[in-house]
Design a protein around this ligand. Structure first.
Ligand code: RP5
Length: 167
């Protein structure tokens, strides 16, 4: 289980241990940017009471953003969003049967009134969920803002330094 040293400000949750291969990318980004976070398996279907408890207690525990990844009938992000006003970013995990299209549509097609910010399927979505969570916290946290700016500058420089795709 991944934990950062200080009190977590971002909750990275997922429907199953099998989602970790994807969701580890969100945690890695948060780690790189120095964002205190926690990682938990919370299943909408197998542990519905835990889901409610997590969403109800998140804010009072100091969580400010929730990143939720799930695959298939991916109800976790939407149900978390139904139970807390914290921003919830949903990551569609690439399912075996339908390549993640089921996950994507389950997460994106929320009814008006209960928003989930839906990311891309798989690794890119998980990375970007981490970056978006950091961007939200960066609005009021200069250290995270600086880390985010440095991350982006490094990324730009890496592309500029390697213009020839053959080398
Ligand atoms: C979803 O079912 C999980 O988010 C996971 O993506 C999918 C399959 O879960 P496992 O059967 O691998 O535990 O709830």
């Amino acid at each position: 289980m991944t934990e950062s040293a200080s009190a977590p400000r971002v909750g990275v949750v997922m429907g199953s241990r099998s989602d970790w291969e994807t969701m580890t990318h969100a945690a890695e980004v948060l780690e790189q940017l120095g964002v205190p976070h926690e990682v938990r398996v919370v299943s909408a279907h197998r542990t519905p009471d835990l889901l409610f408890q997590y969403a109800e207690q998140a804010m009072q525990r100091g969580i400010q953003v929730i990143i939720a990844g799930a695959g298939g009938a991916a109800h976790l992000p939407g149900m978390l969003a139904a139970k807390t006003r914290l921003p919830v970013f949903g990551v569609p995990v690439q399912s075996k049967a339908l390549n993640g299209m089921d996950s994507l549509l389950s997460i994106a097609q929320m009814p008006a009134g209960i928003p989930v910010g839906t990311l891309a399927i798989g690794r890119a979505g998980a990375c970007n969920a981490g970056l978006l969570a950091a961007a939200v916290l960066a609005l009021h946290d200069p250290a995270i803002a600086k880390a985010l700016e440095a991350y982006r500058a490094r990324q730009t420089q890496t592309v500029l330094d390697n213009p020839d795709p053959r080398s």
